[in-house]
Structure formats: structure tokens, C-alpha cells
Design a protein around this ligand. Structure first.
Ligand SMILES: *Cc1c(COP(=O)(O)O)cnc(C)c1O
Ligand SMILES: [Zn+2]
Length: 411
């Protein structure tokens, strides 16, 4: 039993039953799951949550699922106190939410775990998705676990490591000539043609809810408080809005104080339609053609851009974009200060954080959480220049030579 009551249009408020459906018939705006928060508040408590399993499913009462869940052990990833990076950037208190440590190495396992659970509840025999790479792997893995067929569509420019990361679970893997936005448009057309559960199309309202657990976890891991500042990446913008919603719900349920978190959007300059709109003081997102190494967040026409902008505005936050060079420097800085190997999206977050602190937008004494949403090892090529080994013959002298050690032996 869940406390979900309906799907509600985010614009006109019309309600629909809890079925596979993404858009309002009347105004074509996205639908969102609504809950009976009163009943939910009567059940959840800090104490009860603390007794739960160490995965995102400790928050099950706050998610829209009914029966047995499809779970690979996702969530409750480390919130690391990043003191080395903090002093490098000039912050007193910085935490890294390392969501690259999920079963398929990205935060997408959160959204997919909920969406595939719903796909099975709705009786779909196959699931499908349009992906920049990470979603494909997660959908394929969860489908394997749930004994469902999977059709995953990716742009043909996806990194080889990401392709293998999906293919190993043996989905039907389809590469499409074009950008992610082309793949997404195609998949929208396919929803009319095939009776599949499209994870980020007809199941999108449920998919979205999985991201809220990032907000829940961070607040619980901070000892039941919201951070002062959040820096998170945006592709479609959905994750960004749901971190906020997660924090907001905790306050509504009386689990934390009213939220006063400033929310900052991070994008790559080669694909920053949301940041562009923010900087232009507009809520209207103009689509762009992506050109960046941060492929997992390269969505030129972001479906939830408008809502992400509203969250950034209303929270007193902001937005920033960085070049590919800055993102790579961000990846290296995170690895070399905190021992965390993030993918390029993480480099974008760290580099954006660096700019926001340097320009005084994020203040030294503000408790800040930076979200690392994917792990680095599947896209190693972009930092291959980090490999600069000292090459030696297998002798002590040879090592002394390259290390320039000239002292006499000690004994
Ligand atoms: C999918 C993804 C995001 C954000 O996705 P949204 O579409 O904005 O919800 C961020 N980082 C990584 C690594 C991703 O794969
Ligand atoms: Zn509507």
C-alpha cells in the first residue's frame, strides 16, 4: 500500500488515475504523483526511518509503489565530508553525495528502481528508454532482475564504455543516428506503436519520484537538516527539481525544519540551455545543439527546464556553466583531493561549485552539498592524459634514478 492518490497536472491541476501517463490531455503539461501527506505523516518518523534497510527503499512509505519492489540495492550512498576539497575551494563545510556508487554506477538506479517496479505492477512485458548512456545501463540491469524485456535507445555517439555498461545485461540495444533529443523524439513516437513501459516517457511521473530519495538521504545523513546550498547537475532538469521536492516533503512531514536551501544548477557550456535562460532572467528555455564531453547531461531540449529554473529562482539559488576543460580539471581536483573518480557530469558540478565560491555567490560558512551523479571509470578516455607513469627497469638503481634519490643507503 502506498500513499499515492493520483497523477496531477503541474499546470492546470487536473487529476488522473495512477496509470502509465505522462502529460495532461488538456494543457500537455507534465503530470506529477500526489500523496495523502496527512496519512503519510502519521506513519513516518525519524525513528522508524532509521530502522529501515540501508537503501533508497528505507523511504518506501514516501514512494508510489504497491507490491514487491525491483531493487538492486540502490541508494543510501555515502555523504562524504570533503575537508580537503573544502579548503581548496574556500568553504568551511562541504559534503559530496557520491551517487556514482550505485549498482550501475549512476543515480539513475533510483529512478529506474521505481519505474520498473511500476512497469511490472502495470503488467508491461517490456520496458524501454531513450538514454544518454546511464539510463540504458540501469534499465537493462533492472529489467534483467525483473525478468522483463528491455529495449534501450541511445545516440550513436555514446561512449564505448557506456555501451558495454548497458550491453552486458543483454537488452535489445539500439543505437540511433542523431542526438539524444532525436532519440527522445523517436521514443515518443514509439509509445503510440508499442505497448512498452517507457521509463522516462509514459512512466515518467513515477520515475521522477525516485530522485526525491537523494534529498531525503542527504537530510537524514546530515542529522535531519537541509543543507544551506546544493549544487547539482541538470540534463532534463528533473533530478534538480526532485532534490528540492524531497527536502520540501521532509519539512511538510515535520521531519526537518522549514527548508531554506539555495539550489544551484550546474551545466556544461557546450549544452547549457537552462543556465542560459537563468542568466537571461527568463523562464523560457531555448533548445541548443549539444557539444560537450559531459554527454550524460547533454540534453539540448530539457523537458523540465522550466521547473528547474523555478526551483533555482524561488530557492534564492542560481546557475552556472563551465567549459569542458574546466570540467576535466574538476574531475581531477575531486579525485586528487577526495579520492572520488566521477564522470564528466561530476567534473561539471565541482567546477561550477568552484566558480560559485570564487565569485562569492556561495559563502564560506554555508553548508554545501555537491551531487556526484555518476562514476568515472566507464568514460576514462577523457582523462587518459592523467597517465604519466615513471617507467623503470626492475632494479633499485633504476628507481633511484627516476625518483632522483641520491642519499646513501641507511644500513
Ligand atoms: C541523468 C543524469 C543526470 C540528470 O538528469 P535529469 O534529466 O536532469 O534528471 C545527472 N547526472 C548524470 C550522471 C545523469 O546520468
Ligand atoms: Zn493540465
Amino acid at each position: 500500500m502506498s500513499y499515492a492518490t493520483a497523477l496531477r497536472c503541474r499546470k492546470c491541476g487536473r487529476e488522473y488515475p495512477l496509470e502509465p501517463r505522462n502529460l495532461c490531455d488538456f494543457c500537455f503539461s507534465p503530470l506529477e504523483v500526489t500523496y495523502d501527506y496527512k496519512a503519510m505523516a502519521a506513519t513516518v518518523s525519524r525513528e522508524k526511518l532509521a530502522e529501515g534497510q540501508f537503501s533508497m527503499w528505507r523511504y518506501r512509505d514516501m514512494l508510489p509503489v504497491e507490491g514487491e519492489v525491483v531493487d538492486l540495492g540502490t541508494g543510501f550512498t555515502p555523504l562524504v565530508k570533503a575537508d580537503n576539497l573544502a579548503s581548496e575551494l574556500g568553504l568551511d563545510q562541504l559534503y559530496i553525495k557520491n551517487d556514482g556508487l550505485n549498482p550501475t554506477y549512476s543515480f539513475k538506479d533510483r529512478v529506474v528502481s521505481v519505474a520498473v517496479t511500476k512497469a511490472r505492477e502495470f503488467g508491461f512485458e517490456a520496458v524501454a528508454c531513450a538514454s544518454t548512456g546511464n539510463l540504458a545501463a540501469s534499465v537493462a540491469a533492472h529489467a534483467a532482475k525483473a525478468n522483463l524485456k528491455a529495449y534501450v535507445f541511445v545516440p550513436d555517439s555514446v561512449e564505448p564504455g557506456k555501451l558495454v555498461g548497458a550491453a552486458i545485461y543483454k537488452p535489445t540495444l539500439i543505437t540511433v543516428e542523431g542526438s539524444y533529443d532525436d532519440v527522445n523524439r523517436l521514443c515518443r513516437q514509439l509509445t503510440e506503436r508499442f505497448h512498452w513501459g517507457f521509463i522516462n516517457i509514459n512512466l515518467r511521473p513515477y520515475y521522477a519520484e525516485g530522485s526525491k530519495t537523494l534529498g531525503y538521504e542527504v537530510a537524514e545523513q546530515l542529522g535531519w537538516r537541509a543543507p544551506d546550498c546544493v549544487v547539482a547537475p541538470a540534463a532534463s532538469g528533473l533530478l534538480f527539481t526532485r532534490i528540492w521536492k524531497g527536502l520540501d516533503e521532509l519539512a511538510m512531514l515535520g521531519l526537518i525544519e522549514p527548508v531554506n536551501t539555495h539550489m544551484y544548477i550546474a551545466q556544461a557550456q557546450g549544452c547549457s540551455p537552462i543556465v542560459n535562460a537563468f542568466q537571461a532572467g527568463s523562464l523560457h528555455v531555448h533548445p541548443v545543439k549539444p557539444q560537450t564531453i559531459a554527454k550524460s547531461i547533454a540534453i539540448g531540449n530539457p523537458a523540465d527546464g522550466y521547473y528547474a529554473l523555478r526551483v533555482a529562482r524561488q530557492s534564492g539559488g542560481g546557475a552556472g556553466a563551465v567549459s569542458d576543460e574546466e570540467a576535466i580539471a574538476g574531475m581531477k581536483l575531486l579525485a586528487q583531493t577526495e579520492g572520488i573518480f566521477a564522470e564528466a557530469a561530476g567534473g561539471v558540478v565541482i567546477a561550477t561549485l568552484r566558480k560559485l565560491v570564487a565569485s562569492g555567490v556561495i559563502k564560506k560558512d554555508e553548508l554545501t552539498v555537491a551531487f556526484i551523479t555518476g562514476a568515472g571509470p566507464r568514460t576514462q578516455d577523457i582523462v587518459a592524459d592523467a597517465v604519466q607513469p615513471l617507467s623503470i627497469r626492475p632494479t633499485v638503481e633504476s628507481l633511484e634514478e627516476v625518483l632522483n634519490v641520491r642519499e646513501p643507503k641507511l644500513c
